[in-house]
Design a protein around this ligand. Sequence first.
Ligand code: ATP
Ligand code: MG
Length: 204
Amino acid sequence: MGGTFDPIHNGHLASAQTVADIFQVDEVHFVPAFSPPHKQAREITSPFHRFAMVALATLPFSGFRTSTIEVDALEKRYTVETLEEMGRQYAGAGLLFIVGTDMYQEIGTWKDYRHLFDLAHIVVVNRPGFPFREDIAPFRVLTEKHPVTLPEGPSAGNAVFYLPFVQQPISSTEIREDLKRGGEVRQWIPSQVWSYIEKNKLYS
Ligand code: ATP
Ligand code: MG
């Protein structure tokens, strides 16, 4: 699951957990972007702070990892490059790319987007307010949280799955705006991330 994670919130964690349960994955790698190519209009929090918050949020989950792959690059990386590199790092493993309906809507504008579908299964989680685009690729809808067995190994018949039942109406944008107003959006952020934000006076 790639993202800006500015900051990471419970919507990211809950969506990832749902996908992990359904596909019985060994690990979920959260990949904070160094500098997201599509997000240069606003001031983005340092990748090191964003990485730290992801690390704190994922620590209690044994299967959740925080990936340095994009921040290590120290320059912007495209998802297709990251998936290629992960495919090399985890040769022999099947990859799933988790993405919300908001990002999936725009996937046609991403670098080499067709190649993404060769590199990984794409798991699209519903994001309230953002309809699933059906015209991008053939897909399968999963109507409930029921285990799905994927073919073993890399690129063995990659598919697109859509999970309409994911309902996590929260965004980092709303969290940042609320914090700027002095709000207390604690219920949407793991407590250790909240402490980190307070301690480092982020978003104030
Ligand atoms: P921002 O408001 O700054 O864009 P965000 O909440 O959208 O932040 P991102 O880091 O942009 O978080 O998202 C990373 C990934 O997680 C994207 O694929 C996005 O679609 C997905 N995602 C984020 N929030 C949710 C949510 N509430 N439900 C489902 N998917 C989500
Ligand atoms: Mg976003």
